[in-house]
Design a protein around this ligand. Structure first.
Ligand SMILES: CCCCCCCCCCCC/C=C/CC(=O)SCCNC(=O)CCNC(=O)[C@H](O)C(C)(C)COP(=O)(O)OP(=O)(O)OC[C@H]1O[C@@H](n2cnc3c(N)ncnc32)[C@H](O)[C@@H]1OP(=O)(O)O
Length: 525
């Protein structure tokens, strides 16, 4: 299994979930002393100030750490990073303004007189930034100096903007990078590009489609200005010509925010700013050939879930498959076929544990189902909060246990009933129905069916939608909806394990499992 964590620094620990709080935070932001901070180009320890510290004095910029180093640092620093930042923010507020170092481009001041900043701008999440005075001219105010994009960028690109827009969180550069915290880190892809607006200095992260990446780019008119562009892409970003229009457009539309920038064509059209507020982990199941739930995979999943749950910086997980054409083939039948009862018991306990963790997870779980999803695979998907299925008639989803001669245990049945209702479950369970996408959508097994290349981006938009809800309210509601079902298993866990073991260890069941496995192998031939 592969874990990919994408993260974005945001100035506040909790992303504002309502317009009011957004305004409040924006106000707070305005009053920060816009001192140039010298931070390492790839610092993981400045979750907030990074946003305002793109511009660094000459000779002061630390070289970026090797990409392999950053994730490790981040892993260590993430929970305390915001605390550290808070204390540095306090220190900053009282600190005297430093003289600008030669060569640094820290403040962007226009000659226009300052005007009081209106107090109630109209913010449109995801849309073009609109504030009183928008579209008339580029102005400066104390806060504008903190944004390295602001006036110069607008002048360079001809974009007309309002100063308030420059302060908008999503008009600031955002950072997004992907790394595999627990396993390995991919080397950055060699992508270079240069044009009159921007040159891409480095791309961090993989170039594989639908991966997360970070582009470090240089804005030409600001020799010392480094911009980091984060992105989520369904496209292959390894082709420079595709990166650059994206990057350029991002720059040009910075005043309208990344969401608008991403919807300009090269990036997916997402309300990205919501997603960018916190960290989202992407878990890719990777147990070839069919992501069968082996004991090892179950254990990995449980451990990873626990880690992510305990890491308070994460708010959501997107679960998807790294194996072509299969999301998850369900129980690994080789784990229960021809094995001793002790092994079967251990295996089933791991399955219960995973279901309990997923079903009651406080994180938002979105299943990006990019392949076939039978039986246990379907249960994994149903334990998530939301399911996006690729529109391919071969990608069928459902509980087909009866066709194997086995019976779905009560908690699998309950999960099914909770999702599609009693009558539909009764029918589907008895018939062992595997639904093609259109039918799965109709019966309510999945929430969206989209073209295959849009599964990841749709999952991300869904994630944004779920993350827009305050965590505590969403979590309590989830708990209220699901606890009784989970409690039922918790009360009967041992009995359920015994039932499972005695059932699958029966000779007749072993024979039918063997025959089924044989059939699968022959089908391949
Ligand atoms: C009255 C009291 C009752 C008490 C009740 C007690 C409780 C009883 C408990 C019973 C358990 C209930 C829970 C069951 C949940 C399950 O998950 S059961 C597993 C069901 N899974 C399936 O049926 C999926 C079968 N696989 C497929 O349909 C296909 O493989 C696929 C659509 C997923 C992918 O197709 P394709 O890409 O064409 O690959 P294949 O060529 O078919 O397979 C490649 C390779 O993988 C092997 N394989 C496939 N599935 C599994 C699997 N689930 N486990 C292990 N191995 C699998 C397949 O054999 C091939 O192997 P070789 O490469 O040929 O060796």
């Amino acid at each position: 299994m592969d874990l990919i964590h994408c993260c974005v620094r945001w100035p506040w620990k909790n992303f504002p979930t309502s317009k009011t709080s957004l305004f409040q935070k924006e106000e707070r932001l305005r009053h920060y002393n816009p001192l140039p901070l010298t931070v390492p180009a790839f610092s993981n320890r400045m979750p907030a100030q990074c946003v305002f510290s793109r511009i660094e004095g000459k000779g002061k910029r630390s070289p970026p750490p090797p990409p392999g180093g950053a994730p490790a640092k981040l892993a260590a620093a993430s929970p305390v990073a915001s605390r550290k930042w808070r204390s540095s923010a306090h220190a900053l507020r009282g600190a005297p303004r430093r003289a600008q170092t030669p060569g640094s481009v820290t403040y962007v001041q226009s000659n226009l007189p300052r005007r009081p900043v209106p107090r109630s701008p109209r913010l449109r999440p995801g849309g073009a930034a609109r504030a009183p005075g928008a579209g008339r001219t580029a102005r400066s105010h104390p806060g504008a100096a903190t944004c390295p994009f602001s006036a110069k960028m607008a002048l360079a690109s001809g974009v007309r903007f309002a100063p308030r827009a420059l302060l908008r969180p999503w008009s600031s550069p955002v950072e997004l990078f992907h790394h595999d915290r627990y396993r390995h880190h991919e080397p950055p892809a060699p992508v270079h590009y240069e044009d009159k607006h921007v040159s891409v200095v480095k791309v961090w992260g993989g170039t594989e489609p639908s991966r997360y990446f970070l582009i470090t780019a240089r804005i030409h008119k600001w020799p010392s200005g480094i911009l980091r562009l984060g992105g989520i892409n369904g496209d292959d970003i390894s082709e420079a010509p595709r990166v650059c229009p994206w990057a350029r457009r991002w720059v040009q539309t910075a005043s309208a925010g990344p969401a608008a920038a991403l919807s300009t064509g090269a990036g997916p059209s997402l309300p990205l700013f919501l997603l960018l507020a916190e960290w989202v982990a992407v878990m890719k199941l990777r147990n070839p050939p069919v992501n069968a739930l082996s004991l090892e995979l179950l254990t990995e999943l449980v451990i990873s879930l626990e880690k992510l749950e305990n890491d308070k910086t994460f708010r959501g997980i997107i679960l998807t498959s790294d194996c072509p054409r299969v999301f998850c083939a369900g129980l690994d039948l080789t784990e229960i076929c021809g094995r001793n009862p002790a092994h079967c018991a251990e295996y089933w306990k791991a399955m219960q544990e995973l279901w309990l963790r997923m079903y009651l997870s406080s994180l938002v779980l979105v299943a990006a189902i990019n392949g076939a999803c039978p039986a246990g695979g379907c249960i994994i998907a149903l334990s998530c909060d939301c399911r996006v299925l690729a529109d391919n008639p071969k990608y069928r989803i459902g509980l087909n246990e009866t066709l194997l001669g086995i019976i779905a245990p009560f908690w699998l049945k309950d999960t099914y009933v909770n999702t599609i209702g009693h009558r539909a479950s009764e029918q589907a369970l008895q018939l062992g129905s595997l639904f093609p996408p259109a039918e799965a959508l109709q019966v309510g097994l999945v929430d969206q069916v989209v073209p295959e290349d849009q599964v990841q981006s749709t999952a991300l938009s869904e994630m944004a939608r779920w993350l827009a809800v305050p965590d505590h309210a969403r979590q309590l509601t989830k708990n209220m909806m699901r606890k009784a079902t989970a409690d039922r298993l918790l009360r009967q866990r041992d009995a359920d394990t015994q039932n499972f073991v005695s059932f699958v260890c029966r000779d007749s069941i072993q024979k039918s499992l063997q025959a089924y496995l044989e059939k699968l192998r022959q089908r391949k031939g």
